[in-house]
Design a protein around this ligand. Sequence first.
Ligand SMILES: [Zn+2]
Length: 440
Amino acid sequence: MVRRARVFVFGLLLCLSWVPAEAQLRSLSILHTNDLHAHLLPDARQQGGFAQIAAVLRRETAGCNSCLILNAGDLVQGTPVSTLYQGVPIYEIANLLGFDASVLGNHEFDYGWRKIPEYIRLARFPIIAANVADERGRLLAKQAYVILPVNGIRVAVIGALTADLPNLTTANLLGPWRARPVVDAVRRSAREASQKADLIVVLGHLNPIEEDALLREAPEVAVVVSGHVHAGLESPKNSDGRVAVRLRAYGEEIGRLDLEVDLEKKAVVKSSWKRIPVNAATTPPAEDVARAVELWESKVRKIVDVPIGTAKRGFTREELVPVIEQAMAEEMGTDLAFIQVGGIRDSLPPGTILARHVWNIIPFDNKMVAGTFQGRELPPAVTAGRSLDPNREYTLAVSDFVASAQRAELGVTGLKFSRRTNRLQRDLLIDWIKKKKVLE
Ligand SMILES: [Zn+2]
């Protein structure tokens, strides 16, 4: 009797485990965002806005039992609310967006690394990074990865931040933390996580070379959800069915990656990706998020929503380079000035110029510095398009960020900027526009 029962149970187990191949397929949808950069409100073209992003995410995930929402870094830095309150309100509001996980971006360091443990405490979603560690190997984010169970799939989400980190942040903000090479760190976490997971996803804030390297050299990684390069991708990068996706910055769009996952092979067998535009003209805001945004925006409105001049036309970020360099040279009384287009974080729409526009263009609290150099000492980044005498002395104004990150920003080392000031680059530009009144 006992023996028969055993045989029966064994037979039943055999039946249960011997299921047709298609039953091993499960669907998974990954909704994702990257580089929101504290753009709480829609821009001049009605794109983005945290309340609109929330509305789109909630619409896309309504009644969904196979959805995850991932955020690929650089949540803070880009608007006055972020600068004035050092990113804290942005994490508070992000709690309403339903993220299942978020990775550290390089700009999460912009108010000093000590703010990051504060963000982690404040966030009601896990913040992960497998490769940001100190000399002793201690992780800043505490968690390298999380395992998220969804629709019967155990999804391991591994965080990774670009190893360029030291070139993107100044030493005092970075403290003891470094970003180790991405592929190695991810593969180590993947080996550990694979015992407990059916699918490995990397949530990365990465440069394109690192995205490609993961697809090429980390076959255990099925999906890379990336951020950092603000241009976004037109279509997914694809390598043997393994995919990498990335969106345009500032919440202009939300990504939706629909996957069919083979649990046995621990692989994606089918995927499709769409980019869903976020437009305030067609998307009513999520009320609770709109209230939270308004609470913080109302605190800064008096400071930043003040007219300071008029723009006769719109200026792209590239077109703002000579304008800002002129402002820096005139206000600092130097022969030359230099700003990287990467340091200019927004375009300028035509019409009334508000102080807010300048805050969005230069959200950083960078201070002005200047130095005197021989023409021949100046790097091509500064001399391009100018005819300078190599044997003459020139004065050059830059931000203290450019001065301290001059290897990455200017392509040189050893330039000494002996004139330090306490004047913010942003304030300088606001003062100059007030005097100039009209930008042509
Ligand atoms: Zn970014």
